[in-house]
Design a protein around this ligand. Sequence first.
Ligand code: AP5
Ligand code: MG
Ligand code: ZN
Length: 215
Amino acid sequence: MRLILLGPPGAGKGTQASGIVEKFHVPHISTGDIFRKNIKEGTELGNKAKEYMDQGLLVPDELVVAIVEDRLQQDDCKNGFLLDGFPRTVKQAEELDKVLVKMNVSLNKVINVDVDKSVLVERAVGRRVCKTCGATFHVKFNPPKEDGVCDKCGKELHQRADDTEETVSKRIQVYLNETQPLINYYKDQEVLATINGQQEINKVFEDIVAALGEK
Ligand code: AP5
Ligand code: MG
Ligand code: ZN
């Protein structure tokens, strides 16, 4: 299964990705996670990406495309992959198409997680993430059993640096200008499935599975 998760910041892409990769046994490729890992490790890529991420801006296309192209060549992508947060511009989508042609494969579905802009800030600002295992929670919508502690691995939960109200608002604006056009791009390719992301997390997942033609 070769999939893309599309949607605004806070739509629930990462949350749904964890269920999808478990069910379909494909690697989860989140460009945001790749950048955060590089920032944590203090690599050159991390330092470059941080400048943009802290402002809620997109990292330049050339940088992102090279990373994804390289990642898709790895062995674990032979039977499929789940891209989360990539592509995010028409240029990135065009470059991805070229990579897929070279690999002689095509996309099964682009899942567009549709959420009203009015709930996105609250979702992002209340998000808590585990830097150890990657699990995501929400103080109100998906609280951990114990405040500030990861249910899965018991480590401390953190707030993402770009999850302030101001930066989230900027990210939403950038999404509307740069990323939303991809909805029509993939509609034209007849691979788009739009899912109502404003339901219970499990119901969103059920709808995604149904859209993929699975039970
Ligand atoms: P990235 O990490 O991809 O962030 P994003 O796209 O802004 O999306 P988020 O991770 O914020 O949201 P999500 O949809 O994953 O939501 P989640 O499941 O966590 O990118 C960060 C930055 O990196 C970018 O700004 C950019 O600078 C750079 N970057 C990354 N990719 C790039 C690219 N391709 N090109 C250029 N730059 C790039 O859920 C959010 C919260 O809501 C959680 O707390 C969750 O528990 C809760 N929640 C989830 N589902 C529900 C539900 N159904 N009901 C209620 N609450 C819910
Ligand atoms: Mg995410
Ligand atoms: Zn954890």
